[in-house]
Write a protein that binds this ligand. Structure first.
Ligand SMILES: *Cc1c(COP(=O)(O)O)cnc(C)c1O
Length: 736
C-alpha cells in the first residue's frame, strides 16, 4: 500500500523549480521515490530500475525487484544517506519529473485517434495481469498480454481501465526435486509490499461489492493500482463478512475445482461491473479478454433495465454493441464449461432480476439452446454477448471460424463473424536497456513515441553490424551469468555436493550458439521435440567446431502430469554426460526469467503442434533484442516469417495423426538446425562477424518490431473495435 501518495499533492511543475543541491530535504527525496514506486510506470523505464537497484543491489535481487518492499525497509534518513553516498539526487529528481510530465501529458496518439473514447473509457477485463515480477497475479501468456495491453493503452493515451482479480498467492512457485520432478510452493504475497491502495467511491469510502447467489452472498473489496496513466482495479474476496472458505476464493490463480472457477468468474465479471458502477465509471466499451469475464455483460444489462428502464431485448442489444470479445485458444480445455446446476446456483438471483427463465439463461451459453446435455460455455457467452469478436492471429482467426462455425449454422465458414487482431508486446518492457541505447543513437529522436511506425525501425539497417553484434553479445553474457547463478542456486537448494554446485557455476559457453525455449509446458507445445533422437541432438551439441547449447524454462500446470514428465525428461539431461554442461533448466519461469532469456539468446525455439498456438508472444520479445526466431509456422510466426527474418521449421502443414505430425516436425527441426541455423551462425567473415546472421537480425528487427508491438495491437483494437463499439455504428465489421 502506498505510504505516501504524491500524485495528487504535488503539482507537476513544482519539482521542476526545486534546486537540485546536495542538501535537498530527506523527506522530499523519499517521497519522490515513493511516488515512483507507487506507479508501475517505473518498471518499463530502465533508468528507474537501475536507480532502485543502486540503492541496495543485493536486497533488490532478494525481494523480486520490488521497490515498495525496498523502501519499506528504509527510513527517509537512511535513504538520504545512501542518496548522498551515491549522488542519486539528480537521478531521482529527473525520474520523478519525467513521471509527472508523463501523467500530465495531453498530446499523444489518442488525442488525434481516440475520438469519442475520451468521454467514456474502455473497461478491459482479464483474469490475470502480468505487469512485473514483483506483482505476482499472472500465470503466463494471457496475463502478460493483458499487462502489455494496458501499458500500451497508457502509452498511446487510450482512455482505459483494467479489471482483474487480486490473487494473494498468485500462481505457484516452481521447484524441481532431486528426481527432476516439479513441486509447487504457494507463498502469500505481503499486501503491504504491493503498489496498491483501496479503491474509494465519490465520498472517499472504500468500495466493497456484493454478489447474490442462491447459496448466500459473496463479497469482494476493490484495490487500485496505477500502471502509467491506466488504473487497474483488482477484486479481492478476502474480506470480513465472507465465509472462511470464500475468503480464500481469490487466493490462487487457476486453482481449485469448477465451483471455485465459476465463483471466481462471477466475481470478475459481475463483481467487476458492479465495482465500476460503485467507482462512478461509466464505460463506453467493455472488452472481455477471454471468456472468464463473460458474465459481466449480464450485469450491464441489469443496470440498463433497472436504471434506464430498457427491456431485456433492448438492453442486450445495447450491451452487445458496447462489448468486444477476444478468444485466445483453439485448445478445447481452454474454454470453460459449467453444468447447469452451477450456473443456476451462481447466476440465479441475477437471472430473476433480468426476468429470464432458467432455459433462457442457459441458452446464452449454448450453441444449441434446446440441447439439455450441452454445458454452459463461457466462450459461447462471449460470442453471444458481443458485437465484435476476434481471435489473436490470422491463422487463429481461420481456426476459430472453423471451430465455432456450428454456432452460426446459417453462415458459411468464412462468414463466421470472428475476425482477428494479432497480439503484440510492450516494447519498452521487453527491450534491454543496452539495446535501447543503441536505438537511441541511430533511430529518429522521437522513436519511443512512434513504436508502431515501420519507418522508425528501418534505421536498424544503418547501424554498424559490429556494434549490433557486440551489443547482442553483451546481453548474451548477462544471460549466461544469470543462468549460472540460478542453476548453482538450484543445486545448492537440492543439497547437492560442492563439486556439483561449482560445476553449475561454469555451465554454458558464451561463444556457443545458444538456443532458448521458455513457455508453459502444455503438451501441445512439445518442449521435448528436440530430444526425439538423443544421439542426433547430442552430436549437434558436442560438435567441436560448431557447438550448440540449450536453455529451457517453464512451468506445467499442477495437475498436468504429462507436462511435468516433459520437464523431468529435460531437467535430468544434466546427468547424461552427452548433455551435461550444454543444457540448462531454469526453475520458476516468470517475467524475470523470461526477460533474461529473450534478451540474451541467439535463437528462440518454438515448436508447437500446429495450429494450436493461437499467437505466442515470447518470440516477439526476442525480436527487439536481436535474437532470431526458429519456429513452426503457427500463431504469429505464420504471418511474420518472410524468408530472411528468422527461420521456419517445416512448411506450415500438419497431419491428422499427431504421431505422424510429431515425427515429421522433429525431422524438419533437425534439418533446419543442421542446414540453416548452425551454418549461418558459424559462417564468419575476416572480422569474425557472422554477416548473414547479422543481416537476418536486422531484417527481423525492421520487419517485425513495430508490427508485433502492443502499441500496434492497441491501435488496431481502438480503430477497429473500440471506436465502433463506443460510437454505436451498426454495420457488421466483425469479420476483418
Ligand atoms: C511472454 C510470456 C509468456 C508468453 O509466451 P508464449 O510465447 O505465449 O509462450 C508466458 N509467460 C511469461 C512469463 C512471459 O513473459
Amino acid at each position: 500500500m502506498s505510504q505516501i501518495d504524491l500524485s495528487s499533492s504535488v503539482s507537476p511543475t513544482s519539482a521542476v523549480l526545486k534546486p537540485e543541491h546536495e542538501h535537498q530535504h530527506a523527506d522530499d527525496l523519499y517521497s519522490k521515490l515513493w511516488a515512483l514506486a507507487n506507479n508501475l510506470w517505473w518498471s518499463w523505464h530502465p533508468e528507474c530500475d537501475q536507480l532502485f537497484r543502486d540503492i541496495d543491489p543485493i536486497r533488490w535481487r532478494q525481494i523480486d525487484h520490488n521497490p515498495v518492499a525496498l523502501l519499506r525497509e528504509m527510513s527517509a534518513e537512511q535513504l538520504a544517506e545512501r542518496a548522498s553516498e551515491l549522488v542519486l539526487h539528480s537521478r531521482i529528481n529527473y525520474a520523478y519529473r519525467r513521471l509527472q510530465e508523463y501523467l500530465a501529458e495531453t498530446n499523444n496518439w489518442a488525442t488525434t485517434h481516440g475520438g469519442v473514447l475520451g468521454a467514456k473509457p474502455v473497461a478491459y477485463f482479464s483474469a490475470e495481469f502480468g505487469i512485473h515480477e514483483s506483482v505476482p497475479i499472472y500465470s503466463g501468456g494471457l496475463g502478460v498480454l493483458s499487462g502489455d495491453h494496458i501499458k500500451s493503452a497508457s502509452g498511446l493515451g487510450v482512455p482505459l481501465v483494467g479489471i482483474g482479480l487480486y490473487y494473494s498467492q498468485g500462481y505457484f512457485r516452481q521447484y524441481l526435486n532431486e528426481n527432476g520432478f516439479q513441486g509447487e510452493d504457494y507463498l502469500e504475497t505481503k499486501i503491504d509490499d504491493l503498489p496498491m491502495t483501496p479503491a474509494t467511491d465519490a465520498e472517499g469510502n472504500p468500495i466493497t461489492v456484493t454478489i447474490a447467489t442462491r447459496t448466500g452472498e459473496l463479497m469482494a473489496k476493490v484495490w487500485r493500482m496505477a500502471v502509467g496513466r491506466v488504473k487497474l482495479y483488482l477484486l479481492d474476496c478476502n474480506v470480513a463478512g465472507n465465509s472462511p472458505e470464500d475468503r480464500e476464493l481469490t487466493s490462487r490463480l487457476y486453482g481449485g475445482d469448477q465451483r471455485t472457477r465459476i465463483r471466481q468468474e462471477l466475481v470478475l465479471g459481475v463483481g467487476g461491473v458492479k465495482a465500476l458502477h460503485a467507482l462512478g465509471i461509466d464505460p463506453g466499451v467493455y472488452h472481455l479478454n477471454e471468456g472468464h469475464s463473460a458474465f459481466g455483460p449480464l450485469q450491464v444489462i441489469n443496470y440498463l433495465m433497472h436504471e434506464d428502464g430498457m427491456t431485456f431485448a433492448d438492453a442486450q442489444r445495447e450491451t452487445a454493441r458496447m462489448t468486444v470479445f477476444t478468444t485466445h485458444t483453439p485448445v478445447p480445455a481452454g474454454h470453460d464449461r459449467f453444468p447447469p446446476e452451477l450456473v443456476e446456483e451462481h447466476l440465479g438471483p441475477l437471472r430473476d432480476s433480468l426476468g429470464l427463465s432458467e432455459h433462457e439463461l442457459l441458452a446464452l451459453g449454448r450453441v444449441h439452446p434446446d440441447d439439455p446435455h450441452e454445458t454452459f460455455c463461457m466462450t459461447v457467452t462471449g460470442f453471444k454477448m458481443s458485437r465484435f469478436a476476434n481471435a489473436v492471429s490470422n491463422l487463429h482467426g481461420v481456426v476459430s471460424r472453423r471451430m465455432w462455425a456450428h454456432a452460426w449454422p446459417e453462415r458459411s465458414e468464412d462468414e463466421v463473424p470472428i475476425g482477428h487482431i494479432t497480439n503484440g508486446v510492450h516494447t519498452p518492457s521487453w527491450l534491454a536497456g543496452q539495446m535501447a541505447l543503441l536505438y537511441d543513437k541511430h533511430f529518429p529522436a522521437d522513436w519511443k513515441s512512434r513504436i508502431q511506425d515501420p519507418d522508425v525501425w528501418q534505421s536498424i539497417h544503418s547501424v554498424d553490424p559490429g556494434e549490433l553484434w557486440e551489443t547482442h553479445n553483451a546481453l548474451k553474457n548477462n544471460l549466461l551469468s544469470f543462468v549460472r547463478r540460478r542453476v548453482s542456486r538450484q543445486c545448492r537448494r537440492r543439497g547437492e555436493s560442492d563439486d556439483v554446485v561449482e560445476a553449475a557455476r561454469r555451465v554454458l559457453d558464451p561463444r556457443h550458439l545458444t538456443i532458448g525455449f521458455g513457455r508453459r509446458f502444455a503438451t501441445y507445445k512439445r518442449a521435448n521435440l528436440l530430444f526425439r533422437e538423443l544421439t542426433r541432438i547430442s552430436e549437434l551439441l558436442q560438435n567441436e567446431d560448431r557447438p550448440v547449447q540449450l536453455i529451457y524454462a517453464g512451468k506445467a500446470h499442477p495437475k498436468d502430469e504429462p507436462g511435468k514428465r516433459f520437464i523431468q525428461e529435460i531437467a535430468n539431461l544434466r546427468h547424461d554426460p552427452r548433455f551435461s554442461g550444454h543444457v540448462a533448466f531454469i526453475e520458476d519461469y516468470d517475467i524475470n526469467v523470461c526477460r533474461h532469456l529473450i534478451q540474451g539468446v541467439d535463437v528462440w525455439l518454438n515448436n508447437p503442434r500446429r495450429p494450436l498456438e493461437a499467437s505466442g508472444t515470447s518470440g516477439q520479445k526476442v525480436v527487439l533484442n536481436g535474437g532470431l526466431n526458429c519456429s513452426i509456422l503457427d500463431g504469429w510466426w505464420g504471418e511474420a516469417y518472410n524468408g530472411v527474418n528468422g527461420f521456419a521449421i517445416g512448411q506450415g502443414r500438419s497431419h491428422v495423426d499427431d504421431n505422424i505430425t510429431d515425427e515429421r516436425d522433429a525431422e524438419f527441426l533437425y534439418r533446419t538446425l543442421e542446414q540453416e541455423v548452425i551454418p549461418c551462425f558459424y559462417d564468419r567473415d575476416n572480422d569474425g562477424l557472422p554477416k548473414e546472421w547479422i543481416n537476418r537480425m536486422m531484417h527481423s528487427i525492421s520487419t517485425l518490431a513495430w508490427r508485433f508491438s502492443s502499441h500496434r495491437m492497441v491501435a488496431d483494437y481502438t480503430e477497429r473495435a473500440y471506436l465502433w463499439a463506443a460510437g454505436g455504428v451498426t454495420c457488421d465489421i466483425r469479420h476483418s
